[in-house]
Write a protein that binds this ligand. Sequence first.
Ligand SMILES: Nc1ncnc2c1ncn2[C@@H]1O[C@H](COP(=O)(O)OP(=O)(O)OP(=O)(O)O)[C@@H](O)[C@H]1O
Ligand SMILES: [Mg+2]
Length: 328
Amino acid sequence: MRIAVTGSIATDHLMTFPGSFGDQLIAEQLDRVSLSFLVDDLQIRRGGCAANIAFGMACLGLRPFLVGAVGNDFADYRSWLERHGVDCESVHVSETQHTARFLCTTDDNHNQIASFYTGAMAEARLIELQPVASRVGGLDLVLVGPNDPDGMLRHTDECRHRGIPFAADISQQLARMADEQIRQLVDGAAYLFSNDYEKGLIEQKTGWSDEEVLSRVGVRVTTLGPKGAVIDREGEPSIHVAPAPERGKVDPTGVGDAFRAGFLAGLAWGLPLERCGQIGNLTATHVLERVGGQEYELGQKVFLDRFTEAYGTDAAAEIAPHIRCYHP
Ligand SMILES: Nc1ncnc2c1ncn2[C@@H]1O[C@H](COP(=O)(O)OP(=O)(O)OP(=O)(O)O)[C@@H](O)[C@H]1O
Ligand SMILES: [Mg+2]
């Protein structure tokens, strides 16, 4: 199964300020703020939803096609992704803009001041999927992940027009896209991914009920944080997928993306939906146990052992012939 993963590709610059932002803000002078925080920690993490998802799929042994827009500062990030098995040939490189960047400073009270620089991501709207499909011999599924809003609409339209099944994953962009646009992104999706909070927001924004959303998509996959995930299809009983036990919650950044990576891997291997959800859950716990969205390693033996522990021997036997982790 040939899967293209479209969406954001970004780096996160995370700083910590040893103090309190509140103490530096003078109530009478908020009309002329001029502050610089001396921070003592800088962590640079590879991120962006599409890159996180493609990375996770590659770690499980697939070769996903990453589609998104970056700047000419992408070289190091590209080699990291390619080393892990992600196909980056169809990544669009902007001639003028930098790769999207998330800059966030957190103080001692967990207050955050952050900015997201869109940069090259805005050029995602220039990307056409047909050349990607021609290059790789046709696409079986396109994930439309959070990205430049015009890019998301364009990819969805193109999939509909060319009859390529698509998976809608609107995530963070739900907040800023208009109701009509959300309807366009969801309607006719083969798969719809969201967390449970976003599920409610999708219903509110589209004006479609739970059942109506379900009637407009093939499969709806809703992640429930520590409660795992639920998979629905019209006219079928819900499939509740228990979470995979975590060995320590360190940082939730990227868990949703890792879930999608695992789920898509299961689909690519032709496994039943319950199995897809279980692979998603276990991939997500690996991310939960590390700081950052791509700092984890999947080991073939550990993954299968943990999968057996969580979901039993028979379930593990079904995934064993397919999974090919980068590490033994
Ligand atoms: N405490 C936990 N224990 C086990 N698994 C967890 C836990 N929290 C999250 N997960 C796994 O991660 C998946 C995605 O989590 P969640 O529903 O919080 O996604 P999200 O809200 O989209 O996250 P984000 O957008 O921050 O990546 C869940 O379906 C589950 O498999
Ligand atoms: Mg999410």
